[in-house]
Design a protein around this ligand. Structure first.
Ligand SMILES: C[S@@+](CC[C@H](N)C(=O)[O-])C[C@H]1O[C@@H](n2cnc3c(N)ncnc32)[C@H](O)[C@@H]1O
Ligand SMILES: Nc1nc2[nH]cc(C(=O)O)c2c(=O)[nH]1
Ligand code: SF4
Ligand SMILES: [Mg+2]
Length: 222
């Protein structure tokens, strides 16, 4: 049985994506291959970040005991772990449990091609203000399912323009559910809505990270 470097687990309302507002069990894995300018979980990516090595069965027990039916696997970058398939498969064996994976868009999601709506990919497209755009795996745009989410986290005017270009180039609104979300505190959220109106982005959904409004934005474990 495999084990994973877990930096935190907690139950909270999901603050992002199409399952926002619902209770979820969060499993946050250590480490990331990117270094986004705005990352709010840099602490989890540090080499020295403390973690608990948890076996698949221990994580599954934790989910079962939580009584929560939605699991959010995040990080760091959860898809970097070469054994992640075992954990994903085991979570999906739990009856009536939905799994959402937060992934950064730089790691191929192709190996998860055979999946139904119980496994949602919530995939970022990293825009210029992240300084990570060149790492994006564009083949992923062809692997999206209609129930997946593509998230553009927007920090600047340049990001807005680039997000629209990418949506148009890959017909993203026809392939998946598309969100615009501000880099927390970096751009006036109303400007994003203005841009959506200007460009008639009728299928894009606007979202603010709910947990940063409910709790201190720097608080972990919520
Ligand atoms: C911390 S990341 C972990 C999962 C994965 N590494 C990724 O980037 O998608 C989870 C989500 O938080 C978003 N995020 C990180 N820092 C943020 C910030 N300062 N403001 C808004 N969203 C942020 C990321 O863009 C991503 O969508
Ligand atoms: N409440 C809450 N919802 C979230 N949705 C995605 C998160 C993440 O960090 O990936 C997150 C998070 O950190 N907290
Ligand atoms: S990819 Fe995700 S975890 Fe990694 S640095 Fe960017 S926002 Fe942070
Ligand atoms: Mg977060």
């Amino acid at each position: 049985m495999e084990s994973y470097q877990v930096v935190e687990t907690f139950v909270s309302i999901n603050g992002e994506g199409k399952k926002a507002g619902r209770l979820a069990m969060f499993i946050r894995l250590k480490g990331c291959n990117l270094n986004c300018s705005y990352c709010d979980t840099k602490w989890a990516n540090e080499r020295k970040a403390p973690y608990e090595l948890m076996r698949t069965d221990q994580i599954i027990d934790k989910i079962k005991n939580s009584g929560v039916s939605l699991v959010t696997l995040t990080g760091g970058e959860p898809l970097l772990d070469k054994n992640i398939g075992e954990l994903i498969g085991s979570i999906l064996m739990l009856p009536k449990t939905e799994l959402e994976i937060e992934t950064n868009g730089s790691v191929p999601i192709r190996m998860f091609r055979e999946r139904d709506a119980r496994l949602t990919m919530t995939m970022d497209y990293k825009l210029p203000s992240s300084n990570m755009e060149e790492t994006m795996c564009l083949e992923n745009m062809e692997e999206l399912k209609p129930w997946d989410v593509v998230k553009f986290v927007i920090g600047s005017e340049e990001d807005l323009i680039r997000a629209k270009e990418i949506i148009d180039r890959f017909s993203l609104c026809e392939k998946a559910i598309v969100y615009f979300s501000p880099v927390f505190g970096m751009i006036e959220p109303a400007r994003i809505v203005e841009y959506m109106k200007e460009e008639h982005l009728n299928k894009v959904r606007f979202q603010i990270q709910i947990h940063k409004v409910v709790w201190d934005p720097d608080k972990t474990g919520v």
